[in-house]
Design a protein. Structure first.
Ligand SMILES: Nc1ncnc2c1ncn2[C@@H]1O[C@H](COP(=O)(O)OP(=O)(O)OP(=O)(O)O)[C@@H](O)[C@H]1O
Length: 595
């Protein structure tokens, strides 16, 4: 072991910048290595003419001098990260960067940065607002401080939730102290429990067995953008409320008609619904929300887009209880949406886990050039011909393309392919979700709308077959399927660990994004996200010019054919028949792996 490393191991800190000269004496060989690597990298960073797909690099600013992997160059790395963050924020939003707290957090992070693995940024929690309640480090502390009912605590441990995640540590106290909350935390970090625990605690006991002061009518409403996500939240809620006679309703056509009877709906405690379904009942006079004291919007950025916003406004207007508490949760929240959220809330507290709009660093991300749309299928087949970790989630930009790609994969002999999108019948969707959960699907082809927020345990690989439609879309796609647990105890940094095996280079997930010439103008925006979360990006991509606001808006509008392989227009039925012929007795690869 090198002398410097031995000496610097103790409790005291060594300021490497201040004592640069001394440090270099101990670390000469390492620095030389790094310099050589730098030389090599910077050479590799130049865009060879044959790779200059978009003819941009020649005109690139060349200002960014990034030497990837130069772990010892602290100053440069810090400057680089600052620069990228700044440029990323410009890319992400129309202004309005992070608040003071984030700035401070970033500075603190930089102070500690010298001792970090360079490619894995720490995840921390930043809060903003007046009188922010102290966070808790354990469920036991939560119980003690807020007198959480014992059955909730025992349900938590019964389900394997031993310690709160970052968003739970900070978010639950805020909600338990009756404050409004805007929470931004990466996908799979346990946002669902962050609101379910306080809602159940605040409601106290089921309406059917309580005091008269709770009024009549539903007391809590949770809104999610898709039926599948609402279903998932409902299941979590049932797990958490086991042992008490709560009436928790997953709002559907059937339950909505049952609840049309006032005497029935007055006994309901919590409704979990999609916005459309809820508004349909409100408009039909079959539901009233004037006794709602807790309103939660999950996947808030989606709720605020043009498709859902009018319905959300209607729901908000119907929740007339003077003491209503509102909470919004999301993995991403663009500046514009955040402004709307903050106006919607009363004296809110804002919590951000990690760097805003950045995926967790445990996912190894890469960008793969595939020239044009027809070249994607062969690239995907080549990818799937190599060892991969099933189940793999593949995203396409539209429902017909998802179906078409699933068919193509089947016809090309890929086993256990499934498809999930909103164009399928309810039964087909449910079957696909359960096959995925049972581990029978190795490849799930889906659309983003469908897979958003779904907790598909065990997914370790995501392929963006079609380029994401926005930065937020990218983050939701690659983070959504991962589930994380076990935050380190009592500290303000939270670096979560994925369930299951450990992956490549300490990372547990893999995300591959195909890009074509057409996606070129938007490449840099996504590349910045990769950089921010610690993945490597070829320097030529970083040298691409920043897309204009107009260009960024057109990011999701690239036209793609409905058929993946236009030469073969076969029906879905044919594909299923062929799958049965090819794989009549296929053994589950999961079984083989676990044997
Ligand atoms: N404290 C905890 N300990 C262990 N596992 C947890 C804990 N909290 C949540 N989980 C598990 O982590 C997974 C992800 O949780 P959840 O779906 O709530 O994340 P999320 O942040 O809402 O993700 P998304 O943004 O994709 O909706 C789930 O499988 C959940 O059971």
């Amino acid at each position: 072991m090198e002398a410097f490393q031995l000496l610097s191991r103790g409790g005291s800190r060594f300021d490497k910048n201040r004592f640069k000269a001394d440090f270099s004496l101990f670390n000469k060989s390492k620095i030389q290595d790094l310099q050589n690597k730098d030389k090599h990298d910077s050479k590799g960073g130049e865009l060879p003419s044959e790779l200059d797909f978009f003819k941009y690099a020649q005109g690139g600013s060349g200002k960014r001098k990034i030497s990837w992997g130069a772990a010892g160059e602290d100053d440069e790395r810090k400057a680089k990260r600052k620069k990228v963050k700044r440029s990323q924020e410009e890319d992400y939003s129309d202004g309005g960067g992070e608040g003071e707290d984030d700035e401070k957090a970033e500075e603190e992070e930089e102070e500690d940065g010298a001792e970090q693995t360079p490619t894995v940024p720490k995840h921390r929690v930043t809060t903003k607002g007046t009188n922010v309640p102290e966070h808790v480090d354990s469920f036991a502390a939560l119980k003690e401080r807020y007198q959480i009912p014992s059955h909730i605590i025992s349900n938590l441990s019964h389900n394997g939730y031993m310690q709160p995640t970052g968003i739970q540590s900070y978010g639950i106290p805020v909600l338990l102290e009756s404050r409004d909350l805007a929470a931004i935390s990466p996908t799979g970090t346990g946002k669902t429990l962050s609101y379910l625990i306080p809602v159940l605690c605040a409601l106290g006991s089921p309406t059917s067995s309580v005091r008269s002061d709770v009024g009549s009518g539903v007391r809590a409403v949770i809104i999610a953008p898709t039926r599948e996500l609402a279903h998932q939240i409902h299941n979590e809620c049932l797990k958490l409320s086991q042992g008490r006679k709560w009436r928790i309703v997953l709002f559907s056509k059937a339950t909505a008609s049952t609840l049309a009877d006032k005497s029935v709906r007055d006994k309901v405690d919590i409704i979990i619904s999609t916005p459309l379904r809820l508004v349909a009942s409100l408009q039909g006079g079959k539901l009233d929300l004037n006794n709602v004291r807790h309103l939660v919007l999950d996947e808030a950025d989606r709720m605020l887009d043009s498709e859902f916003f009018p319905q959300i406004e209607e729901i908000l207007a119907s929740c007339t209880h003077p003491n209503i508490q509102k909470a919004v949760f999301s993995a991403t929240l663009p500046a514009g949406a955040e402004k709307v959220v903050m106006e919607m809330l009363h004296d809110p507290i804002r919590i951000v886990v990690g760097l805003k709009d950045t995926p967790l660093p445990l996912i190894s991300q890469s960008l793969t050039y595939v020239a044009d749309d027809p070249s994607k299928l062969p690239s995907l087949l080549t990818y799937l011909a190599q060892p991969y970790n099933p189940p793999v989630l593949i995203f396409t930009s539209s429902q017909p393309r998802a179906t078409s790609l699933a068919e193509e994969l089947v016809l090309n002999g890929i086993p256990n392919v499934d498809c999930l999108h909103a164009g399928l019948s309810k039964k087909e969707r449910e079957d696909a979700v359960s096959r995925m959960r049972r581990g029978e699907s190795w490849i799930m082809v889906s659309t983003e709308v469908m897979a958003r927020g779904m907790d598909f345990k065990g997914v370790r690989e995501v392929i963006n077959y079609d380029f994401p439609t926005s930065i937020q879309s990218y983050i939701h796609r690659i983070g959504g399927p991962h589930s994380f647990y076990q935050p380190p105890a009592s500290c303000s940094f939270f670096l979560f660990k994925c369930t299951g095996r450990t992956g490549r280079a300490g990372r547990d997930g893999k995300a591959v994004t195909f890009f074509t010439d057409e996606d070129g103008p938007y490449l840099k925006a996504i590349a910045n996200v990769l950089v921010q979360s610690g993945s490597q990006v070829p320097e030529w991509i970083l040298k691409l010019p920043k897309p204009s606001k107009m260009k960024r808006r057109s990011m999701g509008k690239v036209k793609r054919p409905e058929f993946i392989n236009p030469a073969r227009k076969i029906g879905r039925g044919d594909a299923i028949k062929k799958r049965c012929i090819i794989f009549p007795l296929v053994t589950s690869r999961f079984e083989l792996i676990t044997l």
